[in-house]
Write a protein that binds this ligand. Structure first.
Ligand code: MF3
Ligand code: CO
Length: 248
């Protein structure tokens, strides 16, 4: 068992429970229970005083929504982001889905976001520069009419939840030194595109955590922790255990 697999399993469990009427607080409790049963610890709880195991990202919430007692409703686009710490390492992943099933517009946004994650992972190869990941994500999302969030980025991950390098989901020459980093075997990255239906701009609620789209349009978020290998990138945060990209 590895941290990433525990994250993947827990997200699958939460996916089954993502139905109308369930609350974010209930999903949070399920997640924490499952993680602790596996002998692992939630990565987010207590991180910079974050109060929960998961982040719940409803509709226009981009990231860092704090679980609460409000029942989820059919039609809401919900992202669930989760980290676990086990045997000295963190895993971090997120999926988005619509309660009760997506309409056409929601499905397009979900597909564009998940596709952009996979496009980014596809560039996570030894010898590539990190900016190839950023460019692939941005290209995929923008080709489908969406914008990627710029204020928040993916990250290195390992013994700490957030490690260098920063992994932006867009390319703007000179903005990040890490764009020019040459990827090497053994690096582990959390790649996490946040893709907005409208403007890429975001604002933060007065709780200091909840990040929303500036225009109130929906946002989707997918994330995997991956490892760079001699060949294909290895996705670590899957319920069945780590798999090379080419193994599907
Ligand atoms: N996946 C997000 C990240 O990597 C979630 C962090 S929430 C926090 O930044 F509470 F841990 F900050
Ligand atoms: Co992350």
């Amino acid at each position: 068992m590895a941290a990433g697999q525990i994250v993947g399993e827990t997200l699958e469990l939460l996916r089954e429970h993502l139905v109308a009427g369930v609350t974010g607080a209930e999903l949070d409790r399920l997640a924490e229970q499952h993680i602790r049963e596996r002998g692992a610890q939630p990565s987010f709880k207590g991180y910079r005083d974050y109060p929960a195991t998961v982040c719940i990202e409803i509709d226009d919430v981009v990231v860092h929504g704090i679980p609460n007692q409000k029942p989820l409703q059919r039609g809401q686009l919900v992202g669930i982001d989760l980290g676990a710490y086990y045997n000295g390492y963190h895993g971090d992943a997120c999926f988005s889905a619509v309660v009760g099933g997506a309409d056409e517009a929601q499905q397009k946004l979900l597909d564009a976001t998940q596709g952009s994650l996979m496009a980014g992972i596809g560039q996570a190869r030894a010898g590539n520069k990190l900016k190839e990941i950023s460019k692939a994500i941005q290209r995929y999302a923008e080709a489908r009419g969406y914008q990627v969030v710029r204020e928040l980025v993916g990250h290195g991950i390992g013994e700490q939840l957030h490690e260098p390098p920063q992994v932006p989901n867009f390319f703007n020459a000179g903005e990040f030194r890490d764009y020019e980093l040459v990827l090497a075997v053994g690096m582990t990255l959390a790649i996490e595109p946040m893709v907005n239906g409208g403007t890429h701009q975001v604002r933060v609620d007065s709780d200091g955590w909840t990040v929303r789209t500036a225009d109130g349009q929906p946002s989707a978020h997918f994330e995997h922790t991956i490892a760079i290998t001699e060949s294909e990138p290895l996705i670590l945060t899957l319920a069945e255990g780590a798999r090379f990209v080419s193994d599907g």
